[in-house]
Design a protein around this ligand. Structure first.
Ligand SMILES: Cc1ncc(C[n+]2csc(CCOP(=O)(O)OP(=O)(O)O)c2C)c(N)n1
Length: 658
């Protein structure tokens, strides 16, 4: 091992990090200073990667779970040859910079996941490690290993305190994800001070109990780190490598103190650190020449390994024509031609949209060989089993159904990791009311532009007896408020198919499909071209003759309710038109003329959704024309609950006839 080169790299990481943070007048120097040696090791000695091809599918992944230490990552990426220049680093945290405040996937070459919300990085890494085993199982042959890489993580106490990390780590241990290797920066400091005030459990024992191998050493001993990584690789359990460290190492004014964590060192502090470290005090953004030399000396080895993989891949592709075509479709995310047909429904049918979704999934499973997913212990109620596939487990890496256990937040974060890895089209599922447990990961999915799919069933008060704890009132709307998240609420089985088609075509945004527990009739569609029109977010599901007195904008289970109410209103001489609004935000963003055409010449617009009124105000003239539920639900048989809230054809008709 080239200790001099590694030392130069570590010194340069410290130099770049403290100067960038000082220049930006903001950032977190504690971790970059404290973990510089490890970052040098990871990018110089440990990762099998290629800075010239940051999206190489068989690269080792690295997730900086404590994203606040972003300058550690940017410095290492720069030194090791990724497309992150010194100017980018000088622009740290500035508008449009490649070096954003926290690492952002898609913004910086070499950043494998957006991190910053603590706990989610490690959880996404669990998804990546799962994906690695799935693809290895599918594509590796007796003679050739196409997918064979590790997933590394660096985290601190912040991530270890977050519940989501516990959920994900528990699952990782259960699944024996032996190629997941997590470095723990054990400095025992967070923002509010020593972790003596917050985290006194025995972390090693805790992780052992999860089924992990736990190793311990020093952050500042290269050989030891290298040996520990080798030991980690030998074990079929995931590994936690606990490395004792000092936050802010090298900066005498803050070392070992929480003051090092999240504020620039200040001019005096930077000067003191440079003097202490032997860096030129009069030079900013100084890189020790031996650091560049060290990484340059790795280039041949990197190229050799990378080229060898390319050769292996070529040979594999020519030997395994069928696997190669499967590979192409999975990597592109595009559907393959299948003989299976979508189920067809008639107006005689009455079924829950979750059931229609379940039937649709069986076809999608064939169309998208990369479709994998599962539920947080609600597979039956969510109707999300891929029936001809087995379950993913420590013994069956070919399984495409995933038992996430009752770990909703980890499920959503892991699903992000499954997608980030490449090659898979993941979905996850639970009751809509528990979407709130997943929301921070859904938000990150959208920020990263990941087309992951969420199946949310039991989407309203019609859950009934389970009561208000299980009746989502504000949830549909709250998911609509996350920028980029598409929320689809189909009104019957036929619309559910269209919703799935729209969802599965997404390449750049997450999609939530809201589904009913209760049966719904399949209705005749007034718009004969509805399958096309619905792609603008809404279409005319029911029409009246001549001009409408009232146009109802309804979603999901409330569409058939609106149609029933419209029929009652008709018998009382009121002309009613009903739009099924599959995607409210999409509809709201259509040109006004198109919206007006669909809404039609009408005296009044009424909206109908079994949830809060927020967001519907834009469509109505009078607040009273929003038929909504703005309190929590209640426990009773579902028909009684619906009646209690006025969600019956008669009561809605009354409002339409007003
Ligand atoms: C979910 C979440 N909560 C809070 C924060 C704010 N925050 C950023 S870093 C940090 C402390 C992290 O401590 P540790 O992991 O020990 O990092 P170190 O102090 O060693 O850099 C906190 C609370 C966050 N980024 N994410």
């Amino acid at each position: 091992m080239n200790v001099k080169g590694l030392d130069a790299a570590a010194l340069s990481i410290r130099s770049l990090s403290m100067d960038a943070i000082q220049k930006a007048k903001s950032g977190h120097p504690g971790m970059p200073l404290g973990c510089a040696e490890l970052a040098a090791m990871i990018y110089g000695e440990i990762l099998n990667h290629n800075p010239n091809d940051p999206s190489w599918i068989n690269r080792d992944r690295f997730v900086l779970s404590g994203g606040h230490g972003s300058m550690l990552l940017y410095s290492a990426l720069h030194l090791s040859g990724y497309d992150v220049t010194l100017d980018d680093i000088k622009n740290f945290r500035q508008l449009g910079s490649k070096c954003a405040g926290h690492p952002e996937y898609g913004v910086t070459p070499g950043v494998d996941a957006t991190t910053g919300p603590l706990g989610q990085g490690i959880s996404m890494a669990v998804g990546m490690a799962m994906a690695e085993t799935m693809l290895a199982e599918k594509f590796n042959t007796k003679n050739r290993k196409i997918i064979d890489h590790y997933t590394y993580v660096l985290l601190g106490e912040g991530c270890l305190m977050e519940g989501v990390a516990s959920e994900a780590s528990s699952l990782a241990g259960h699944l024996k994800l032996g190629k997941l290797i997590v470095f723990y920066d054990e400095n025992r400091i967070s923002i509010d001070g020593s972790t003596d005030i917050t985290l006194t459990e025995d972390i090693a024992t805790r992780y052992q109990a999860y089924g992990w191998q736990v190793l311990q050493g020093s952050m500042y001993d290269y050989q030891q780190i290298s040996d520990l990584v080798e030991e980690a690789k030998k074990d079929d359990r995931p590994s936690l490598i606990m490395l004792k460290s000092e936050i802010g190492k090298g900066a005498p004014t803050v070392v070992g103190k929480s003051a090092a964590h999240g504020a620039p060192l200040g001019e005096e502090g930077v000067k003191a650190a440079k003097e202490f470290l032997g860096l030129p005090v009069d030079k900013d953004f100084y890189v020790v020449p031996e650091a560049y030399e060290y990484f340059a000396s790795k280039k041949d080895e990197i190229a050799k390994k990378y080229d060898a993989w390319q050769e292996e891949f070529k040979a594999w592709a020519s030997e395994e024509k069928e696997l190669k075509s499967l590979w192409d479709s999975m990597m592109s995310g595009n559907p393959v031609d299948v003989e299976e047909k979508f189920p067809t429904y008639t107006t005689e049918d009455k079924l829950a949209t979750r059931a229609a979704s379940g039937a649709m999934l069986q076809v999608l499973e064939k169309m998208y060989p990369g479709l994998v997913g599962g539920s947080a212990d609600l597979e039956g109620p969510n109707s999300c089993k891929l029936k001809s596939c087995s379950y993913f487990s420590a013994n069956d890496r070919a399984g495409r159904n995933i038992h996430f256990g009752i770990r909703e937040f980890a499920m959503a974060a892991i699903t992000n990791g499954l997608y980030l890895h490449g090659g898979l089209k993941p979905f996850c599922a639970t009751f809509l009311v528990f979407a709130d447990y997943m929301k921070p990961a859904i938000r990150l999915a959208s920020l990263m532009k990941l087309p992951v799919l969420y199946i949310f069933t039991h989407d309203s008060i019609y859950v009934g007896e389970d009561g208000p704890t299980h009746q989502p009132i504000e949830t549909v709307t709250s998911l609509r408020t996350i920028p980029g998240v598409q929320v689809l609420r189909p009104g019957d089985a036929q619309e559910t198919e269209l919703a799935w088609l729209m969802a599965s075509e997404s390449k750049d945004h997450p999609v939530c499909i809201m589904l009913t527990r209760q049966n719904l009739p399949v209705y005749e569609k007034a718009d004969s071209d509805w399958k096309k029109t619905i792609r603008c977010g809404a279409y005319v599901a029911y029409n009246c003759e001549g001009e409408a007195d009232v146009t109802v904008l309804a979603t999901g289970s409330e569409v058939s309710l609106a149609i029933d109410a419209a029929n009652i209103a008709k018998s009382k001489g009121k002309n009613v038109r009903v739009l099924s609004v599959l995607d409210r935000e999409l509809f709201a963003n259509q040109p006004e003329e198109l919206q007006a055409t669909l809404i039609g010449q009408t005296k009044r617009v009424v909206t109908l959704e079994a949830g809060i009124k927020t967001g519907w105000e834009q469509f109505v003239k009078l607040k009273d024309d929003i038929i909504s539920i703005d309190t929590f639900g209640t426990s009773a048989p579902f028909a009684k609950v619906a009646e209690y809230f006025g969600f019956t054809p008669e009561k809605v008709a009354e409002k339409l006839c007003k």
